[in-house]
Design a protein around this ligand. Structure first.
Ligand code: ACO
Ligand code: LMR
Length: 605
């Protein structure tokens, strides 16, 4: 028994048509093939040698090569070429394939190949005994063994028409669309197809109706055949001759589409390049008459075809299927399943502050364009309140936020952050790397005491500790009070930034209870040393607590913000401005690599 494909056949797929390749692998999976039918992809312009696909729900890798030669060297068992090249390239691909005796069957899907090329291809292929399906086709299918590209449609259509297992009807058409439709009503009225080929819509197809019907004649699984011809060409008359010569003995249900052409005054060119009657005998009606006269079962109209197929099945086929083999469930692609609402998956991330899905991203629901330009009256403080706190705070608090950022932006080149960044920049590092080294110095002794100050001053106040009791408590805990002390600032050399903050808060804040408490603590600590002042970290920390309390945030919410390290973030945001300035300064000055003077280092044995 010869069928076009066997279940062990594997193919070279020429061109990168992911959808068609995946449909083939899905079909292979439904047919329970051991491995994918696509052995290798040829894609001359590919920049990769592997391509992932799914075989069921398992990911598999299909190799990619730049030429048929390289593909055949990789897969010596391949004898089928599926030519998915464009009409501009397809003929050259066929010519290249015909150089290799390993290739026994070629399918050419392209529409629009010039007829002289098709005829040349037919002659060369015939001389080399290579079977050609197409051009202008979706190809062929041997149920349970292999299908080419998109023929038979999606996995859902395959399952509905049981195309994954052989039936008892041979099917040959020109049209791919009508092929799939025929599979449907052959399954409904008979028991499915044993083999099916769409020879393509060109006037000179690479293989004829007759060639495939003769093969069906040798296939014991084929009880009868369905021939769906069409207006144009004379392929059907070669079938009639073979019937008359006794070469075709199995019953044939036949119909040529395009009978409507007779309703027009002039010859009609239908969609297929070959679908036009150049002479009377090429008309659909003439062909249907001749097929009927030769003994084929020809319905009165296309619509009557399914009934005639059912009648043929009853008369000529002994196969009666009561229960269908279950089709393996085909895993849905994630996107498809998602679209159908068939899966649900926990998100890995949650975002509550902004949304980039719409036409324009939003900050806590406010479109960027409503925030961006000065005329919108939104400040940086407003943007921070939207993106950090998900609401627009009143102006006195957003102004305070901006004031903090401006005040902490820089404090000269000598401080830890600036120094580290300058040294890094002079080592030749870029702005971002230099900025990061500066930011990494922020901690309990430099800019990173804001959260600590808020936490401990708030704690002392909540525990109703007197300032002196609070200082004593922290000493007992061996904890320096965060936000107290400065290397150069003191009562005699006050930190102007702290003065500005205190004056500003007193003028705009609804209340400054924790600042007042911290200033009383400062009175205690400066009794010991004049530089144990409330520094800028401490002042900022306590004022944010006063601000949140004035905005009716609960103590729990405030503690949560402090625990998250939110307040130090204001220093990071502001000081990044200054650190970047120092880095640019170094770049601008072209300063050399910095090496610390050895006389400034105490070397100890
Ligand atoms: N809280 C409570 N007591 C303190 C603190 C503090 N933060 N810091 C020092 N003390 C006490 C010490 O416990 C010691 O008390 P004792 O005599 O009873 O033992 C006393 O003050 C002297 O401490 P020293 O460390 O010896 O004093 P020194 O002057 O050397 O250092 C200083 C004090 C400058 C505050 C030092 O601790 C320091 O540099 N801290 C970093 C603070 C800083 O400059 N931060 C910058 C804030 S602004 C910004 O970064 C943006
Ligand atoms: C700063 O803001 O960096 C300073 O308060 C720290 C310092 O040492 O001046």
């Amino acid at each position: 028994m010869t069928t076009l494909f066997k279940s062990s056949d594997r193919v070279i797929f020429w061109n990168l048509n992911r959808k068609a390749i995946q449909r083939m692998l899905d079909y292979d999976y439904i047919c329970r093939r051991e491995k994918p039918s696509v052995a290798v992809i040829v894609h001359p312009s590919s920049d990769t040698e592997i391509m992932p696909f799914f075989f069921g729900s398992t990911e598999v890798i299909i190799p990619v090569r730049k030429s048929i030669k390289a593909a055949l060297e990789l897969c010596s068992d391949v004898s089928v070429l599926l030519n998915f090249a464009s009409f501009r390239t397809a003929f050259d691909v066929c010519k290249e394939a015909l150089q290799f005796s390993q290739i026994k069957t070629m399918m050419v899907t392209a529409e629009g190949i010039p007829e002289r090329f098709s005829r040349q291809l037919m002659c060369e292929a015939k001389a080399k005994k290579v079977s050609v399906i197409g051009p202008s086709t979706v190809g062929a299918i041997t149920p349970g063994a292999l299908k080419t590209g998109n023929i038979g449609g999606t996995s859902i259509h395959i399952a509905r028409t049981q195309l994954h297992r052989p039936g008892s009807v041979g099917l040959v058409t020109r049209s791919g669309g009508l092929f799939n439709e025929s599979c449907h009503f052959i399954y409904q009225n008979a028991d499915g197809i044993a083999e099916g080929v769409a020879i393509g819509g060109d006037r000179y197809p690479g293989s004829s109706f007759l060639e495939h019907l003769l093969r069906f004649e040798t296939n014991p699984n084929v009880s009868f055949s369905v021939l769906l011809g069409e207006v144009g060409g004379q392929e059907e008359y070669r079938v009639i001759d073979a019937i008359k010569q006794g070469k075709l003995t199995k019953p044939i249900v036949a119909w040529c589409i395009g009978t409507v052409a007779e309703s027009f005054d002039n010859a009609v060119q239908f969609g297929h390049a070959g679908a036009k009657a150049n002479v009377a005998l090429e008309s659909a009606n003439e062909k249907n008459k001749a097929l009927k006269a030769a003994g084929c079962l020809v319905p009165e109209t296309f619509n009557d075809l399914p009934r005639l197929i059912a009648e043929a099945h009853t008369r000529f086929s002994s196969v009666r299927r009561s229960v269908e083999a279950d089709v393996p469930d085909m895993p849905l692609d994630y996107d498809e399943a998602n679209k159908q609402g068939k899966i649900r998956k926990k998100s890995n991330f949650i975002c509550t502050i902004s949304d980039d899905r719409g036409e324009e991203a939003t900050y806590a629901g406010v479109p960027i364009s409503d925030v961006a330009t000065p005329d919108t009256k939104y400040s940086i403080g407003d943007v921070i309140s939207l993106l950090w706190f998900k609401e627009r705070f009143p102006s006195w608090s957003t102004d305070f936020i901006e004031t903090v950022i401006k005040l902490v932006a820089d404090h000269g080149p000598a401080v830890s952050g600036a120094h580290n960044a300058k040294v890094t920049a002079r080592a030749g590092k870029d702005v971002i790397s230099s900025l990061v080294t500066g930011l990494l110095t922020i901690g309990p002794r430099f800019g990173g005491a804001i959260d600590g100050a808020a936490k401990y001053f708030k704690y002392g106040r909540e525990q109703e500790m007197s300032p002196s009791d609070f200082v004593r408590y922290m000493k007992q805990q061996s904890l320096p009070i965060p936000g107290i002390g400065h290397r150069i600032k003191s009562l005699l050399n006050p930190d102007k930034r702290v003065e500005v903050l205190k004056t500003y808060a007193k003028s705009v804040f609804p209340q400054t209870e924790l600042l007042d408490y911290a200033l009383l603590v400062e009175q205690e600590t400066t009794k010991k040393k004049e530089n144990l002042i409330l520094n800028v970290d401490g002042c900022v920390g306590v004022l944010f607590v006063d601000m949140f309390r004035s905005l009716s945030k609960s103590d729990e919410e405030i503690d949560h913000l402090i625990e998250a390290g939110l307040l130090n973030a204001f220093f990071v945001l502001g000081r990044s401005i200054g650190i970047i300035g120092h880095v640019l300064d170094e770049k601008r000055l072209g300063m050399p690599m910095y090496r610390h003077p050895q006389q400034d280092i105490l070397y100890q044995k």
